[in-house]
Structure formats: structure tokens, C-alpha cells
Design a protein around this ligand. Structure first.
Ligand code: ZN
Ligand code: ZN
Length: 357
């Protein structure tokens, strides 16, 4: 596969811009290799420039791809754009998804009138959505590491431990196995708290008979994993089992539908229909899944409003959930690679309802 910068340059004519100003740090990391906290890049057919301030000059010398000209700028990096911009009339794309209004006003003031600012957010994200073999390899290793940590934590049992204790133990174990950090704040939510899709772990002990939603991921070599399992702390009761099986069949139907050419909206609908048929449509209030890579939430999206179409190299989650207010929640999430001829689940944990003490 062509390099990321080459693929980006191919998109510029269609976006009707001559060069793209990249200010989002994740996009900069993706395109240049630099992972410091202040930097910008300017990319066009004739331009490849990177600027940072004095604190990061050494780091940039080590990390930034040698095809980029490097400029040292003042702390206010935007001033560097004026010197890096090519001659003549320039349609300059900027990231309107991430750029603050104030920065945009400052840029307009700094640049001569021959430069037209064109909102071009999402271009780099489109390229990031298609992973090459090395990126897939890193995501796979992050997922395997996260799997191992989960199995380790569950072996110690859940009943009597607090949500926060389990979350901390999980995160500690991932770091011990080499993760740079958790790819997001882990969710451990027991009983009725599991009905909050983005619950924060509390100092509340897990009781026998409760369902526990665990959503966690590892970041390793820059790439993230993301997985959810719902575990029974002792016998959960008939209702909870029925809902678990419903969510699992929706998840399997969604996974089955993942392949190149399918729309994000279509795949969402396939899983959603299963949950609606089970009478829990109003208890599944979020999208079916999202892309995962350098960021834990990125393109493409699987949701009722998605306009994305899956292509080989996408790595997405499939994570339907049913949240019964005041009672319990169930979510099951896997990470899936879209391949040339279908799809492949990247993580490896079983999805049978796991019952632990
Ligand atoms: Zn998740
Ligand atoms: Zn997710």
C-alpha cells in the first residue's frame, strides 16, 4: 500500500485544495511520525513541511519522516505557516473539525489575501480508516494483550471487589504487560449501573447475582484496542440470561454482515433489527460500532446516521447493547478487520456468558 502522505496528496484535487494544513496531533503523528504535543504540518504536491517549537526540535529530528522540511517556530506555530506557504494563489485546506475558531481568525489575519482558507476536515481521517499490514499487526497485538489482562483479572473473581478495584487491576495488568496506557478509561459497571453505557467505576462492591459490564482496551505502539464483555458474578437470573442471548445474536448478526461494500448504516440496521425483534429496541440507544486505530474512536462509523462504506483495511468494533434502566446492562464488543473476502475478528475472547464468583 502507498504511504499515507501519497494517499493524502491524491485526495487534494478532489477536495479542490492545493495544500493541507494539518494541526490535529493524531493526524500529525500518523503522517509524520512525530508524537510531541506541539507541531503542525503542511502537505501538498510540492510541499512537505513540519514545524515545531524549540522544546521539540530534537524529538522532531528523530521522529519526523525525512521527506519533510523541518522548521523551528515560535511557541505560536501558526506564524510559521506564513513562511511555509507556496507562492501564487493557494487554496489552503484546514481542519475545520478540530481548529478552534480563534485559531482560524488568527490564521486569516496572518496570511496574505492570495491564500484562500478552505474547510477540509476529515481528509486525513479518511486515509487513517484504511490500515496497512503493519497497523493491523499493532492493533492485533494490543488486542491480544488486553485479552490476556481480562482473563487474568477474571480469574481472581469479581464478587466483593469494587468496580474501581477491578478497573485499576485491569489497567495495572495491561501496563505490566507492556501497554503504554489504557486506550480509554476502563468501564466496570455492575448491576443497575451497567445500564449506563459510559458508566464511571465507583467504590461500590460487585454483589452475587449481578451482571458486570467491562469495557477496556490497551494502547501499544501508538495503536488502540477496544473490547467489551459482560460477565455474570454468580447466577444472574432468567431475564438477564435472555437479554444476554439477544445481544449476542445481534452481535453475531452484525459481525456476519461486516464485509467490503456494506454501508455503516446497513450493518447497524442488521444488528438493530435483532434487538428490536426481541422487544428491546428502545434500550439500544447508541451506534453499533466505530473505527479503531491511533484513536479509539475514528472512522468509519457503524450507526443509523453513518454515510461510510466499508473497505478492506477498515478495523471496526461491533458492540450492540441492551440497557434496562434500574436493572442491568449487557454489551458485547469485538474488534473486526475488513478483509478482501470478508472479515476477521482480531480479539480472541469467548462470548459465552461467563459466570464467575
Ligand atoms: Zn469499548
Ligand atoms: Zn467501542
Amino acid at each position: 500500500m502507498k504511504g499515507a502522505v501519497e494517499r493524502l496528496i491524491e485526495l487534494l484535487p478532489e477536495a479542490e485544495i492545493d495544500a493541507l494544513l494539518v494541526t490535529n496531533l493524531v493526524n500529525i503523528r500518523y503522517l509524520t511520525g512525530y508524537d510531541g504535543t506541539n507541531g503542525l504540518a503542511l502537505i501538498g504536491p510540492q510541499t512537505r513541511a513540519f514545524a515545531t517549537d524549540f522544546r521539540y526540535v530534537e524529538q522532531a529530528a528523530e521522529q519526523v519522516d525525512p521527506s519533510f522540511a523541518r522548521a523551528r517556530a515560535s511557541l505560536d506555530l501558526l506564524e510559521a505557516v506564513r513562511d511555509l506557504i507556496p507562492g501564487g494563489e493557494v487554496m489552503l485546506g484546514f481542519d475545520d473539525v478540530h481548529m478552534p475558531v480563534r485559531q482560524h481568525a488568527q490564521l486569516r489575519e496572518l496570511l496574505p489575501d492570495r491564500v484562500v482558507l478552505v474547510p477540509s476536515g476529515g481528509l486525513v481521517e479518511r486515509i487513517r480508516a484504511v490500515k496497512d499490514a503493519e497497523e493491523v499487526r499493532r492493533i492485533r497485538i494490543a488486542a491480544q494483550l488486553a485479552d490476556a489482562s481480562f482473563e487474568r483479572i477474571i480469574r481472581d473473581g469479581l464478587v466483593g471487589r469494587t468496580e474501581r478495584e477491578v478497573a485499576i487491576a485491569l489497567e495495572y495488568d495491561m501496563r505490566e504487560r507492556g501497554a503504554r496506557r489504557p486506550s480509554f478509561d476502563s468501564i466496570v459497571a455492575t448491576g443497575a449501573h451497567g445500564a449506563l453505557p459510559h458508566a464511571q467505576p465507583r467504590d461500590v462492591p460487585i454483589r452475587a447475582g449481578e451482571l458486570v459490564v467491562v469495557d477496556w482496551g490497551a494502547e501499544l505502539d501508538g495503536y488502540c484496542s477496544d473490547c467489551t464483555r459482560t460477565v455474570a458474578a454468580g447466577e444472574p437470573g432468567e431475564d438477564a440470561r435472555t437479554v444476554y442471548e439477544l445481544v449476542l445474536s445481534a452481535q453475531l448478526a452484525g459481525l456476519e454482515d461486516i464485509r467490503a461494500g456494506r454501508g455503516g448504516r446497513e450493518v447497524d440496521a442488521v444488528a438493530r433489527t435483532v434487538i428490536e425483534a426481541g422487544g428491546h429496541g428502545e434500550h439500544f440507544g447508541h451506534g453499533l460500532g466505530h473505527g479503531v486505530g491511533l484513536a479509539v474512536h475514528e472512522a468509519p462509523r457503524l450507526s443509523q446516521r453513518s454515510e461510510d462504506t466499508l473497505v478492506p483495511g477498515n478495523v471496526v468494533t461491533v458492540e450492540p447493547g441492551v440497557y434496562v434502566p434500574g436493572r442491568f446492562g449487557v454489551r458485547i464488543e469485538d474488534l473486526v478487520l475488513v478483509t478482501e473476502d470478508g472479515s476477521e475478528v482480531v480479539n480472541g475472547l469467548s462470548k459465552r456468558l461467563l459466570t464467575t464468583d
